[in-house]
Ligand binder design. Structure first.
Ligand code: FES
Length: 88
């Protein structure tokens, strides 16, 4: 089952993106960082986008991706806190 997360414009067409497909998308083109890899790194090391990129062995270059990266990292931190809270 694909959970509809958002729509994006691809080649002037709106496209529905599910979580599975979305996780394969690149967040950072300069460093070829996929969303799924950013989420995994965020769960392991946390911190700012710069810190998570460093954990992946990269540094931001054009910085166009940093706002989205910070949003994704925040989602993972919140999800991690929710899991820890539920287990406590
Ligand atoms: S797209 Fe991430 S640094 Fe350029």
């Amino acid at each position: 089952m694909i959970i509809i997360r958002k729509t994006v414009a691809i080649n002037s067409h709106l496209r529905i993106v599910g979580i599975e497909e979305d996780s394969l998308m690149y967040v950072c083109i300069c460093n070829a960082i996929r969303e799924k890899d950013l989420r995994t790194a965020a769960r392991c090391c946390g911190g700012s986008a710069h810190a998570v990129y460093a954990a992946l062995g990269h540094i931001p270059q054009c910085c166009q991706c940093l706002e989205e990266a910070e949003d994704i990292i925040t989602e993972e931190v919140i999800a991690g806190d929710t899991i820890v809270s539920a287990a406590a």
